[in-house]
Design a protein around this ligand. Structure first.
Ligand code: COA
Length: 224
């Protein structure tokens, strides 16, 4: 039975595998497995990010990771986590010197997404090969929308590589989705999509379980 629950730090190794399988040859994948494991551990442990996984009899089959503020999440990741994987990441750069340019460019990723408060930013979504085309990703996204709505987020953004057709087809079903801007990151042309949460909450259910570290919740009056 498939269950949709908060991603746990102990799932970071499987999350890294799913990322590597789904994003062959991209900069984050080339930075290596230990880098990605630390990245997804950070997603679970940070107040600035959250993950929702699809679990088949307790085993991770796919997940979506989002940042409540990519600016704050990436600053924290560089400050608190990157040093742990600096040696394997530096080794990966030596093995694939072409990525140096993209690592430098990706360092200021949040400057390119320009996400204000009350917007959360999709960091990754992926499903294990044997679970593709079963509707898992759309349900994970809906579950993530329910959670985002519960903490006061109003808009979700997704940076999607222009040539990633399955992902673009998948998001094309969202209500009121639009391309906000285009830019290049990691040497690849990207489309930056935005979708309002309220228009996409049909039958959305909250993730089961408890988040490892509850993400920052926006409270109080909306700023003008
Ligand atoms: C994109 C991805 C998450 C979609 O996951 P999924 O659970 O297989 O999604 P679904 O097929 O259930 O998606 C719903 C719709 O998207 C469209 N779609 C998704 N993959 C498709 C494909 N390969 N070919 C054609 N249509 C596709 C279909 O319209 C599908 O609806 P249908 O099955 O009712 O026709 C998955 O392909 C994946 O893990 N890709 C690799 C990782 C990746 O590129 N992630 C994005 C980077 S952030």
């Amino acid at each position: 039975m498939i269950e949709f629950r908060y991603l746990r730090p102990e799932d970071a190794p499987l999350a890294a595998d799913i990322h590597i399988a789904g994003q062959q040859g991209t900069t984050l994948t080339l930075l290596g497995r230990s880098f990605l494991e630390e990245f997804y551990r950070a997603v679970c442990c940070s107040v600035w990010a959250e993950g929702v996984g699809a679990y088949d009899d307790g085993k991770l089959a796919g997940f979506v990771a989002v940042a409540v503020s990519s600016d704050k999440f990436f600053s924290e990741f560089k400050r608190k986590h990157l040093w742990r994987v600096s040696i394997p990441a530096a080794w990966a750069v030596i093995k694939h010197p072409k990525i140096i340019k993209y690592v430098v460019q990706g360092w200021n990723y949040s400057d390119q997404t320009l996400s204000p408060e009350r917007e959360c930013d999709g960091l990754f979504i992926g499903v294990k090969r044997e679970y593709l085309r079963l509707g898992l990703a759309p349900t994970m996204v809906k579950t993530m929308f329910a959670w985002a709505n519960s903490i006061g987020i109003e808009t979700v953004t997704f940076m999607i590589e222009k040539r990633n057709r399955p992902m673009r087809w998948m998001v094309s079903y969202m209500n009121d989705l639009y391309v906000d801007h285009e830019f290049e990151v990691y040497g690849r042309p990207m489309l930056f999509y935005k979708a309002p949460i309220a228009a996409n909450l049909d039958e959305a259910e909250m993730p089961k379980g408890k988040p490892c570290t509850p993400a920052h919740a926006y409270k109080g009056k909306k700023e003008s």
